[in-house]
Design a protein around this ligand. Structure first.
Ligand code: PLP
Length: 376
């Protein structure tokens, strides 16, 4: 049985969780939470890192931070998870979907400018599979039209573009520590990066239910009170303890996933050469984190047949996403700008293979063998 994913466990998680249980504090921003945040601030680096209960929560916080109002337009790809759009729809924005590039499945940076109007407030690039979008072009557009860039780097921890960590290039970055991502904080979790000084203070307030409680704890004010809108965007210290064990092994997890990814890539090269399948292409200026190993087959029917072929062999291959613009809520809250040349077509051809921290070489090889049999 080869599942699609196994949540990463490095060995120190239960010890750190025990330490929290033995202490007298379990709520957010305890010693493990602070340690994690300092790790991100130093290693990515960024001006401020705030743990959140999910990437969804981090994106919601970002939408509040940049003051999204009804009628504002936000540009993003349609090929993404619902939270990328929902966070802005919750503030009243209209979502403007732009087509993707077929090589990376990322938003096509060349199509963004034509979708910008006087109502456009932000661009939300999604770094699919932990491979960077063309951030130079996106940041130039943001500069030219005075827009905010919120990076959905949910899948991008430890990846970089032109030497800069994903999530640190736009004004704000959001990451996920859900159990299906490379690092987890015990099943659910997320991170908000503040790369633009102007958002540092308000981000803390919104995250603390709209109060200046963080300043109070630092001794900067003598009582705390309600000062702004906000919500509860703090994860518990138990989640931070789990995450800290993963961050201590950040390089180990990354290199292990990359060797699995490379083994797949080399094992499947012949099938790609014979034009049976297509493999991912990583732009020269991007370093990826092996978040995902996907391949593309001829069409939807072939994908269904392949997944059905692998299942009785105990191999769980999966696909995603239903493009947001063709989903019910996507039609209600947004529209596709320009032609859908690749979004629908490429999304129907994509299959994700099993990959997790600690996957054995034998397991990888049996998936490769099964694929070769299918195409025999
Ligand atoms: C996983 C994911 C999210 C949501 O992350 P949660 O932590 O589950 O909220 C958002 N965007 C993308 C691109 C994702 O892959």
């Amino acid at each position: 049985m080869i599942p699609f994913n196994k949540p990463p466990v490095t060995g120190n998680e239960s010890q750190f969780i025990q330490q929290v249980l033995a202490s007298d504090k379990m709520s957010g921003d305890g010693p493990f939470g602070k340690r994690c945040q300092e790790w991100f601030e130093k290693n990515l680096p960024t001006k401020k890192a705030l743990l959140t209960p999910s990437c969804t929560a981090a994106l919601e916080l970002a939408a509040i931070l940049i003051d999204i109002k009804p009628g504002d337009e936000v540009i993003m790809p349609s090929y993404t998870f619902v939270s990328t759009a929902n966070a802005f729809v919750l503030r009243g924005a209209k979502i403007v979907f732009v087509d993707i590039r077929s090589d990376t499945m990322n938003i096509d940076e060349k199509l963004i400018e034509a979708a910008i109007t006087t109502r456009t407030k932000a661009i939300v690039p999604v770094h699919y599979a932990g491979v960077g979008c063309d951030m130079d072009v996106i940041m130039q557009l943001a500069d030219k039209y005075n827009l905010f860039v919120i990076e959905d780097a949910a899948q991008g921890m430890m990846s970089s573009y032109n030497g800069k960590a994903l999530g640190t290039i736009g004004h704000i970055g959001a990451f996920s520590f859900h159990e299906t991502k490379n690092y987890t904080s015990g099943g659910e979790g997320g991170l908000l990066l503040i790369n633009d000084e102007q958002f540092k203070h308000r981000a803390e307030v919104i995250r603390e239910k709209g109060t200046n409680r963080s300043q109070f704890f630092r001794g900067m004010v003598d009582k705390y009170q309600w000062v702004d809108i906000g919500s509860s965007y703090l994860p518990s210290e138990l989640q931070a303890a789990y995450l800290w064990a993963q961050l201590e092994s950040a390089e180990l997890i990354n290199s292990n996933r990359l060797s699995t990814w490379n083994r797949y890539y080399h094992g499947l090269k012949d099938l790609a050469k014979a034009e049976k399948i297509e493999l991912a292409s990583i732009p020269e200026n991007c370093i990826h984190n092996a978040h995902m190993f996907y391949l593309k087959v001829a069409n939807l029917d072939e994908r269904t047949a392949l997944i059905d072929y692998l299942k009785p062999k105990g191999i769980m291959a999966v696909f995603h996403y239903v493009p947001l613009h063709s989903a019910k809520a996507g039609k209600d809250f947004g529209f596709f700008h320009g032609d859908d040349e690749y979004t629908t077509k490429e999304s129907e051809r994509l299959v994700r293979l099993p990959i997790w921290f600690g996957m054995s070489e034998d397991e990888v090889d049996s998936v490769i063998d099964a694929l070769k049999e299918f195409y025999l």
